[in-house]
Every structure is written in structure tokens, then in C-alpha cells.
Design a protein around this ligand. Structure first.
Ligand code: AMP
Length: 396
């Protein structure tokens, strides 16, 4: 049975506890400020909906950074509470911890409608998916909402175990719904031609998604450091390009699969004698001994563009080169631009670095869906669901 989303919930007069991903980047000074509010802004639709539907209390939960299971001022949600309060036009009370006795009093006060629990990861019980901790969180509310797509691949107390206390009263938020709808267009019967683009540095991180995609794509375009183990496995010289032994082995295994003809590899490169050094154009697949490949070359970009021209579904994960360095960013930005120009195609970009590239190129609004969860979107495509999404079904 399908999970229930928040528009099916009867919220009027209820206390609602909701998990979001407010894991925003903070400045590193004494008074940290939020340097990118996107994650909070994306939660506002669900928050406003819950408030407009007449919730008596809204208890917000999130983690921030990776504190080591205890209070650490650096990871306080204080800046998040301040920003939320400004955006919602009402007080947002930040609690001392997720379990302190003051929370019960806040729940009794009429004045404090929106309560933000302090960083969940100040409690080691959060990441260990502790039953008693989840029970404590659940005791604050009548309904549970999960809108934290970016952490839905984790089995944590606030995303997983907590569901056991909300039988028939657990709902997905709008952000989660939006991600699931978009990712299902890739997972379930993608409209052909379906082109996958995979880049980045490590084959081993993406091996499962490559194997999975090879079944459903028409072509899989590989770029970035990811390409070299494949080129080497085909017997090409790759000079001093990145290529871990483990990755070479994995690439050989993939090239032994029946779908190997779907794999498209770079035919030229931008290389250098040293990491990030002066660029040298290499006009063939083989890279001279003293050079390392750092970006796909112009012919490869053209080749990839021609494959993409007729695509109806595109999934992109991982940069085509060392894109943080402008000299080696043309392949990555070229792909971003190509996707933004496709007509009548469903384009999905997932994974931290390719999302960063699309944002940097200011092209995000020309992409059908830019996923908010890097690891989560990959795992969803691999498995067709995530632990935090599955758990919403516990009580149904
Ligand atoms: P991943 O996290 O696997 O998606 O890898 C992203 C990182 O791979 C980025 O920091 C890129 O700069 C890096 N990268 C991509 N292509 C290359 C390359 N040819 N050589 C070295 N690093 C690369």
C-alpha cells in the first residue's frame, strides 16, 4: 500500500512533530550565519501547510552537521530557529535538547506554537535508531510528518524508529512527495531514449547505480575520473590519471556484462602534467604517460551532446572533470547547459557536485528536477525506495 502524504492528514487542533533536513552550511565565525538557506526554504511549503491547517503545535526536528553525540555549540540550530522565525513571522522556540523537561511545558503554553528541538545528533540515540529515544520524540505529538528526503536513506530514530509510534498517523511531506514523484520517472518505465550520465571520482561509490542503470538506459555516458578505469580496462593508456586498482577491477566486471555496448567513453581529454596544472589537449582516447586526464575534451562533449539531443529522459550524477578549477570545468558546465536546453525531456540531476555545477551555472530552473539529496537520490534509484520512506508504511 502506498504511503500517505500530508494533504491526506486531518491536522486541525493536532500536535504535529515533523522531521526536516535543516542541515545548512554555516559560516565559520564566532556568530555563525547560514550561508545557503535553500534547505530551510524548501521545507517552508510543508511547514506553512501544517500551520494553515490549524495544528495546535508544530514541533520541528532536524540534525545539523556531524556532532559527536553531545552538545556542541558549533552545531546548534540557533541560526535555523532565527531564520525560521523571520520567515514564518512568528516565534520559533529552540529547546535545550530533544529530551529536556522544558519541552512538556512549551507544549502546554499557548504562546509557543512552533517549537524547534535542538540538534537531534546531540543524542547518540538518534543515529543508533534507539527505540526509547524515538518513543520520547513521539510522545510530544499526535501526528508525524517526514519531509527530510536528504536523510531518508538513514535508519535513524527520527526518520525510522519513530514511525512505530504513529500507526496510521505518519505522513510524507511535500518535499518528500516531490522527490519520490520525480525519481519514480527514472525508476519506473523512463520514457526512451533514456540517457544516463555518470561522472565523479570513484567507480566503487557508484558501481551499484551503474549496474542498475545499464539495464534501463539506452546509453550511459561516463565522464570525470570515473572514465579512466573503463578506458584502462579496454586496454587504453591513461597516463597518470586517477585509477584505483579496485575501480579497475569493477570496470572490467562491468565491461563483461551483456549491456556493455551501452557504455560511451571519452574520445579526447583535457589533461595536465600535474593535478590542476597547465592544460594539454589530448586528441585521442589514449593519454600520454606523463599526463593525467582532468576533463573530457571538446570532441567528447560534442559526442555526448549528440547522444543527448534526442533524449526524452536524462539522469545526471557526478561532474565530467575537476570542475572546481575553471580550466577543467568546460565538460561539466557543457553537460549542464545541454540538459538545460533539451526540449520535451525529463531531466533529473542528483548528487552533490553535479547539483552544485547546475546551481553555479544558474541553470537549476531549466532542469526538470534537481534532487535535494545526493546519497538519498542514488539509493532511491538503486532500490526503488529508502528506509525512511518504507518506514512511513509501518502503521498502514
Ligand atoms: P564524486 O564525489 O565521486 O561525484 O566525485 C566528485 C569529485 O571528482 C569532484 O571533486 C571532481 O573534482 C572530481 N573529479 C572529477 N573528475 C576528475 C578527474 N578527471 N581527475 C580528478 N578529479 C576529478
Amino acid at each position: 500500500m502506498a504511503i500517505k502524504f500530508i494533504d491526506e492528514a486531518n491536522i486541525e487542533g493536532k500536535k504535529v512533530i515533523a522531521r526536516f533536513d535543516f542541515n545548512v552550511p554555516l559560516s565559520k565565525d564566532a556568530n555563525p550565519t547560514i550561508t545557503d538557506t535553500t534547505r530551510i526554504d524548501m521545507a517552508l511549503k510543508t511547514i506553512n501547510f501544517i500551520l494553515e491547517k490549524g495544528a495546535s503545535k508544530l514541533i520541528l526536528m532536524s540534525h545539523l552537521g556531524r556532532p559527536k553525540g553531545q552538545f556542541d555549540e558549533k552545531y546548534s540550530l540557533e541560526p535555523v530557529a532565527a531564520y525560521l522565525s523571520e520567515k514564518l513571522g512568528q516565534d520559533v522556540v529552540l529547546t535545550e535538547s530533544c529530551t529536556d523537561s522544558g519541552i512538556k511545558s512549551y507544549l502546554g503554553f499557548n504562546e509557543s506554537k512552533v517549537i524547534l528541538l535542538q540538534n537531534l545528533r546531540f543524542h547518540p540515540e538518534e543515529t543508533s535508531n534507539d527505540h526509547e529515544f524515538a518513543k520520547k520524540l513521539a510522545s510530544y505529538a499526535d501526528l508525524y510528518v517526514n519531509d527530510a528526503f536528504g536523510t531518508a536513506h538513514r535508519k535513524h530514530a527520527s526518520t525510522y524508529e519513530i514511525n512505530t509510534f504513529f500507526k496510521g498517523r505518519a505522513f510524507g511531506g511535500f518535499l518528500l512527495q516531490n522527490e519520490i514523484d520525480a525519481l519514480n520517472k527514472i525508476v519506473e518505465r523512463p520514457t526512451p531514449p533514456f540517457i544516463g550520465i555518470v561522472g565523479g571520482a570513484k567507480v566503487s561509490d557508484k558501481i551499484k547505480i551503474i549496474e542498475k542503470l545499464l539495464v534501463s538506459v539506452d546509453k550511459l555516458l561516463i565522464g570525470g575520473a570515473m572514465a579512466y578505469p573503463f578506458l584502462k580496462a579496454q586496454g587504453h593508456d591513461i597516463g597518470t590519471s586517477l585509477c584505483a586498482d579496485e575501480d579497475l577491477k569493477l570496470a572490467k566486471n562491468i565491461l563483461a556484462l551483456p549491456y556493455k555496448s551501452k557504455i560511451v567513453l571519452p574520445t579526447d581529454h583535457l589533461a595536465s602534467e600535474e593535478f590542476g596544472g597547465a592544460p594539454v589537449q589530448v586528441n585521442e582516447k589514449d593519454i600520454p604517460k606523463n599526463l593525467m586526464g582532468l576533463d573530457i575534451g571538446p570532441n567528447t562533449l560534442e559526442l555526448y551532446r549528440s547522444h543527448l539531443a534526442s533524449a526524452k529522459t536524462v539522469l545526471w550524477n557526478g561532474p565530467m572533470g575537476l570542475f572546481e578549477n575553471e580550466v577543467y570545468s568546460k565538460g561539466t558546465f557543457g553537460i549542464a547547459e545541454t540538459l538545460s536546453e533539451l526540449q520535451n525531456a525529463f531531466t533529473l540531476v542528483g548528487g552533490g557536485d553535479s547539483v552544485a555545477a547546475v546551481n553555479k551555472a544558474k541553470l537549476a530552473d531549466k532542469i526538470s528536477h534537481v534532487s535535494t539529496g545526493g546519497g538519498a537520490s542514488l539509493e532511491y534509484i538503486e532500490n526503488g525506495t529508502l528506509p525512511g520512506i518504507k518506514a512511513l508504511r509501518f502503521g498502514i
